[in-house]
Design a binder for this molecule. Structure first.
Ligand code: ANZ
Ligand code: ZN
Length: 838
């Protein structure tokens, strides 16, 4: 090619200037602003989990937002009305810890981080509508947390109760279950204990069944997440049975899934925190032993007490219970393995058929009495049993129920218990009511005033928001920092006007993330959290993208919150999210990127060095989005080289391409031009499929590379004809459009260079021409020793090897070939196969 003349005109593509230019143009033209939803334009709510403003964005964020932005851009080009917004999960402990360490106000620290991270996200070329941005730490947002809390309080969804909770003595705060890691405080690594507190709770357990049933219909959620939620909700079906306490005039209710084993119960066990425990022991010889046991357990860490592997410990209470089925008198124990907040906090123990009961019985010399026989008839002997037989089987030594199968027995026995009024069928859930009080500063103040006469009194709506004061002393110790701020605490009772004190706890930050994306749709509403009329067309969220680590907590809380808002009359949907996509982690050398491991790659350096397009492309291309992405320098180099090559080939070709809109020449319908056009249209189809619901976001780049590989030799050849030039232009236009969701800046630059007005991002996604997708066939002439012996219809582009196979499969040709060695083959693709025999 006579490249010498053009070589000098090839400028290197400079992402450092091109990218900010397009970002500014998008912003000036308000390309990604979204007005009200218009049902006629097929609203599509593309949502990514909002980041915690910890300081700087990391590669996990980049991956999450590259995926979300690719989908948002693709959908927009497909003609859907895309809502794409970001916000900040801006309350939380790290801000407080940073404040303690650096003596900087959490508010200032947080807002500064938000500024940094916002500009980082802009530098990636994301399509967020920044006019809708929400930061949860601002009063205009958290006011509505308070408002919603008050509505839940009126409805009985929020309530105050004394419960046993995790307490870190060194941080002097309550911890949520998820903040207790292997029995230790996630913050200070000290052992966590259980204490009873009065707290605010949300009655998520009222929604347990709806949360469970809804899972069946979430068919666009990953099965893994559905399974994790099902396990988390943990429905278990069984029966409650009441055992009378001999000589106390009280009964103890147990929850069991195995009422069929009740004739084998040899003792009862209650939790250390069981309300009846002190009365059981009172006045018996065991009184002081029980007291000592309780004290010892309360001092032990959560890990020592409750872990699966924790030593099973207990003490006899001095009392006996009567088995309602057969009147048998069995001892009542207190034991550490009975959990207070599961079932009824008391169990009947059947050592022959339950492993934990068995271990405990052997430790304390309690009898083991088998009542279920394996179906193969094996006889179990209590005294010599080596392990519990926990499967279903056939009942024996169970009075009238002998000979029944376990399942049938459970049915019959719970029916009988109900009729005789000492029990009934019962369903329990592992899911617990959601305790939302935190002894923290940097959160939403709970809008309640505690009055010595009136008790807890809600703050009137007119007085919202209850503002978080700015001057709380933060030391990390000694409970709620708000309690140290007299101007905040001391107030008057909204009901009686007397002196009263504000609640000094703040809300769990999972409250914020439970509904922030409702607010995105109506962010400036000053009357209500949002207006459903404005939101309805956007809901349920079309696609929510985030990490698998949120499979349970956040994604259960937000489903619950949505159902609760429906019951408050604020919306008319239960399930808020139609499709969920969980992306994999970004790892380096097999380990999750984290500061402590020192294997962090800073996205800013990547953008600085390679540009946003390359960084985005790599995040998409390096692994299927649902899998972990192993960071590799070679991988990102590869993406950079691809873009550079594309630009080089394009710039060289540009002067030879016809002007935009040039009519298609007849010569584009044959030969290399036609082959290229076919490839272009096949590429459109592949990329369209990949960016759709399949979310194969890692494969479009390969398809576009293939197309470039076909167009490159053509435009570099001296003999490029009209038809080929036209087809090459079509290929570059297509590449610009297909690349727009993936490498949006270069896509704009290509598009503009091709003579179009901005923006490629707002063009209609290309639609492949079916005529070019259909596979072409050609007539292949077959000669044997130079004589025509047949004509075969084969797909265009059939290879020599395939042509020979086809020739052998043709009866007429085969007759001439039969049994003879082939000396030579002359093959002209799509025209001629000449077989010369030896
Ligand atoms: C008697 C029995 C006999 C039991 C037997 C099991 C096997 P899932 O299925 O996991 O829900 N349980 C009930 N409440 C408890 C508590 N507060 N703390 C510890 N354990 C408790 O487990 C239900 C079983 O867990 C119940 O059935 C009960 O033991 C125990 F051969 O009752 B079962
Ligand atoms: Zn009062």
């Amino acid at each position: 090619m006579g490249a010498s003349g053009r070589e000098s005109s090839v400028s290197d593509y400079d992402a450092r200037t091109v990218e900010p230019k397009w970002q500014a143009r998008w912003a000036d033209a308000k390309v990604f602003r979204v007005a009200e939803a218009d049902p006629a334009r097929r609203p599509f709510y593309a949502l990514e989990m909002l980041p915690y403003p910890s300081g700087r964005i990391h590669m996990g964020h980049v991956r999450n937002y590259s995926i979300g932005d690719a989908v948002a851009r693709f959908r927009r080009m497909r003609g859907e009305q895309v809502l794409h917004v970001i916000g900040w999960d801006a309350f939380g402990l790290p801000a407080e810890n940073a404040a303690i360490q650096n003596h900087e106000e959490p508010r200032a620290w947080t807002l500064r981080n938000i500024d940094t991270m916002r500009s980082q996200l802009k530098r990636l070329g994301t399509t967020y509508d920044w006019t809708r941005e929400v930061a949860t730490c601002l009063p205009e947002f958290y006011k509505w947390n308070q408002w919603l809390f008050l509505r839940m309080l009126e409805r009985g969804i929020a309530f105050r109760a004394k419960r046993h909770l995790n307490w870190c003595p060194s941080c002097a705060t309550v911890l949520a279950n998820e903040q207790v890691i292997a029995g230790l405080c996630w913050r200070c690594d000290n052992p966590v204990v259980r204490r009873e507190f009065e707290q605010w709770f949300l009655r998520i357990t009222d929604y347990a069944q709806e949360l469970l049933d809804g899972l069946d219909r979430l068919d666009e959620w990953p099965e893994r997440v559905v399974a994790m939620q099902r396990h988390w909700i943990g429905r278990s079906e069984g029966a409650n049975v009441r055992f009378e306490v001999d000589g106390l005039g009280e009964s103890i209710e147990v929850f069991t899934t195995r009422i069929d084993t009740i004739h084998g119960a040899t003792y009862l066990a209650v939790a250390v925190e069981h309300p009846l425990l002190s009365r059981l022991a009172a006045g018996t010889k065991q009184e002081s032993a029980v007291e000592a046991f309780v004290a010892a357990q309360e001092a032990r860490s959560v890990e020592d007490r409750f872990a699966e592997a924790a030593e099973k410990q207990g003490v006899f209470t001095g009392r006996f219970a009567l088995n309602p089925f057969n009147g048998q008198r069995i001892p009542i124990w207190a034991a550490n393995f009975v959990l207070t907040d599961v079932g009824t906090g008391a169990i009947m123990c059947v050592p022959a058929h339950d492993e934990r009961d068995f271990t405990f019985a052997r430790t304390y010399g309690l009898p083991v009495r088998p009542v279920i026989r394996p179906r193969d008839g094996t006889e179990l002997v209590g005294a010599s049993l080596a392990a519990a037989f926990a499967d279903d089987g056939v009942l024996h030594d169970s009075g009238a129920y002998d000979g029944l199968e376990s399942a049938a027995a459970r049915d019959r026995m719970s029916g009988d218990a109900e009729r005789r009024r000492f029990g009934e069928k019962s369903t329990t859930y592992r899911l617990k009511d959601w305790g939302i009080s935190r002894q923290r500063y940097w959160g939403t103040p709970i809008p309640v005033v505690h009055c010595p006469t009136c008790g807890p009194v809600p703050v009137p709506d007119a007085d919202l928001p209850v503002l978080l004061p700015e001057n709380a002393p933060l030391t990390g110790e000694g409970g709620s920092p708000l309690a140290q701020v007299p101007e905040f605490v001391d107030t008057t009772c909204p009901r009686c006007g007397e002196k009263a004190k504000r609640d000094t706890d703040t809300m769990d930050t999972f409250v914020d993330s439970s509904w922030y994306y409702f607010r995105y749709c109506d962010p400036a509403n000053r009357e209500r959290p949002f207006d459903w009329k404005t939101l309805a067309p956007w809901f349920p969220v079309a696609l929510y993208i985030g990490g698998i680590e949120h499979a349970t907590l956040h994604l259960i809380y937000t489903r619950f919150w949505s159902m609760a808002m429906r019951d408050l009359g604020l919306t008319n949907i239960g399930e808020p999210i139609r499709a969920l996509f969980t992306q994999g982690m970004v790892v380096k050398d097999g380990a999750k990127m984290s500061k402590s491991k020192g294997n962090v790659v800073d996205p800013d350096h990547m953008v600085e060095r390679y540009g946003a397009d390359t960084t985005r492309l790599f995040s998409l291309f390096a692994a299927p989005p649902e899998r972990d992405l192993d960071w590799s320098d070679a991988g990102i180099e590869g993406c950079a080289r691809f873009l550079a090559r594309l630009w080089r080939i394009f710039e060289k070709a540009l002067p030879s391409l016809p002007p935009k809109g040039a009519p298609i020449p007849a010569s584009a319908g044959a030969g290399a031009a036609r082959a290229l056009r076919r490839k272009t249209h096949h590429t459109i189809r592949r990329v369209t499929d990949d960016l759709g619901p399949r979310m194969h976001l890692n494969t479009p780049l390969a398809a576009i590379m293939e197309l470039l590989n076909l167009v490159a030799p053509l435009v570099q050849s001296e003999a490029m004809g009209d038809g080929e030039a036209w087809a090459a232009r079509e290929a570059f236009e297509t590449i610009a459009q297909l690349l727009s969701p993936l490498a949006p800046h270069m896509a704009e630059e290509l598009w503009e260079s091709l003579g179009f007005p901005p923006f490629v991002a707002t063009t209609a996604w290309p639609i492949p021409d079916p005529a070019l997708l259909a596979s072409d066939v050609v007539l292949l002439v077959v000669q044997v020793n130079g004589k025509v012996r047949g004509k075969l219809t084969v797909p265009a582009g059939t290879s020599e090897a395939d042509a020979i196979v086809a020739a052998r499969g043709d009866a007429r040709v085969a007759a001439y070939l039969d049994g003879r060695a082939i000396r030579k083959i002359v093959f002209v693709p799509d025209r001629l196969l000449n077989v010369v025999l030896g």
